[in-house]
Design a binder for this molecule. Structure first.
Ligand code: COA
Length: 139
């Protein structure tokens, strides 16, 4: 069953301006170490940061809170499987919110899809729950 969806669309130039203005202060407040390394490897680091930023906003919407009720930016970590598929790992307040949304006897899954084109970055997050039991395998 689906228990939450969220989407976000972001102009990469906004992130470029924020990076130019606030630099490390912004990066350290919003992004995890892995996300910073991911951006550093990319041809356009600002586009990578924009995708991660959009992923976190989309996830905060899928959780139904936005950045309230103890849900913080760095509680939502964007990583990639070896195949390149992105995924989100939740910690802290975001994890607690996810647990509160998950019906008992079920396991939550957080799926993330990212794209960018020209100056736009977009993220979609779907939170679903399946009955607890033997693992379904990595999707
Ligand atoms: C919810 C939030 C993430 C939206 O992000 P945003 O960049 O301001 O705005 P977006 O255009 O991307 O999205 C706005 C839409 O999100 C949706 N939304 C608002 N609150 C939401 C919630 N709690 N859960 C899910 N979706 C929500 C609404 O559809 C809203 O559109 P509407 O105002 O026209 O109804 C953000 O407003 C938020 O968390 N605010 C609370 C705390 C805050 O302001 N922190 C500062 C962070 S730097």
């Amino acid at each position: 069953m689906i228990i939450g969806i969220g989407t976000d669309l972001l102009d990469v130039r906004r992130i470029e301006r924020t990076l130019a203005r606030f630099g490390d202060r912004f990066v350290e407040r919003i992004f995890t170490e892995t996300e910073r390394r991911r951006a550093a490897r990319r041809f356009k680091p600002a586009a990578s940061f924009a995708q991660c930023y959009a992923a976190k906003e989309a996830c905060s919407k899928a959780l139904g809170t936005g950045f309230r009720e103890g849900v913080f930016w760095r509680d939502m970590r964007v990583e990639n499987l070896p195949s390149g598929k992105p995924y989100l790992t939740l910690t802290g307040g975001a994890r607690r919110r996810l647990e509160s949304l998950t019906p008992s006897g079920m396991v939550a899954h957080v799926d993330l899809s990212l794209t960018d084109e020209a100056w736009l970055a977009q993220a979609v997050v779907v939170i679903s729950a399946t009955p607890a039991g033997p693992p379904l395998g990595r999707r």
